[in-house]
Design a protein around this ligand. Sequence first.
Ligand code: NAD
Ligand code: FE2
Length: 368
Amino acid sequence: MWTYHNPVAITFGAGCFDRLEALVGERPYLLVTYPDAPFTALADRLTQRLGPAAGTVRDVVPNPDIADLSRQASEIAALETRPEVVIALGGGSVIDSAKVLAASAQGFTAVRALLSGAGAPDDWQPLPLIAMPTTAGTGSEVTCWATVWDRETATKRSLDHPALYPEAAVIDPELMCSMPCALTVSTGLDALSHALESLWNRNANPVTATHAVVAARTILEVLPALVAAPGDPGLRSRMAEASLVAGLAFSGTRTAIAHSISYPVTLRHGVTHGIACSFTLPMILHSLADADGLTGRGLRDIFGPDLRVGARKLAGFLDGLGVRLTPAGYGIDAAEWENILAEATDGPRGRNFIGAITTLHPVSPLAA
Ligand SMILES: NC(=O)c1ccc[n+]([C@@H]2O[C@H](COP(=O)([O-])OP(=O)(O)OC[C@H]3O[C@@H](n4cnc5c(N)ncnc54)[C@H](O)[C@@H]3O)[C@@H](O)[C@H]2O)c1
Ligand SMILES: [Fe+2]
């Protein structure tokens, strides 16, 4: 028996930024975005259409930290007009921050309770959220969780509740054209990781697996072409679509071992999320060379009949995008690598993994 449910209303297409007006209606809104120049211009375009915001959070930085989020929540609590909807305009860090701020509508205590696993207070109701992704990677516009980083304790935590699914996702690939090459690659590889992680997952079902296969095949085809032609709107659109579809896959399964491994790599070695969760994919695929059932069929649909060869081709694909394929490439020595693996297999995401891993060995790349 299995179930699949995703309640997010999706609008997709070049120029659909301008549909926001109809989705927001008359509601006073809170805008959450980055401080960087392209976003100031986008925020202006947004306020021209919607009228002034009840409040704006403009200081989101990559990998949002709990201390910043708590401060931003207090600033919102002091607003003269109470927002009735939150608009996130940015990548995963903005959308995840917006989820946390939506969840703190009645105070930050609810957020702390959810993060500690204590559950939401009885009267808790987050504000509705409209997510407009500007990267093609995290899929956060269709998931009900947010990654919260705590630098003080060097830990990563998850805010996770079905009430945190965005009300709507507005995916306009034109907003992604300004992404520099390194960001296009790292976010695209995050999306690839979501697709594969949902496939080698104990929670996989025919709906998530179908989404995962389509997303992974598209990313393997489109990402190198997009790096060669970053201004191509058709390729941007296909990557945005693949990231969304990968999001729909892992929204039903959550992630697995590659993400579990990635968090200490990001926290301790400063490696960007999309790279930290993708450099292990060939090793993990190789460990599943004899997989059968839904996972085995899905992986062979993507990588061909021999998954050992598929793992080498995947290593070649990543190598071609400039991704280092060994832990040592990120400054991780053998002892730390062993610890990371032990902790990762033990963690909640690691337990979603369908295989059994005691050790992982780098795979030698095979050119496509
Ligand atoms: N909630 C989820 O389901 C989920 C899934 C995966 C990752 N995440 C989280 O998302 C975060 C990563 O998000 P991300 O990879 O989208 O990047 P990001 O939001 O951290 O942004 C990284 C940088 O890219 C810039 N940027 C974003 N869009 C741009 C554009 N269109 N043009 C130019 N610059 C742009 C930003 O200014 C920022 O400096 C991590 O914290 C990760 O843990 C969440
Ligand atoms: Fe991810």
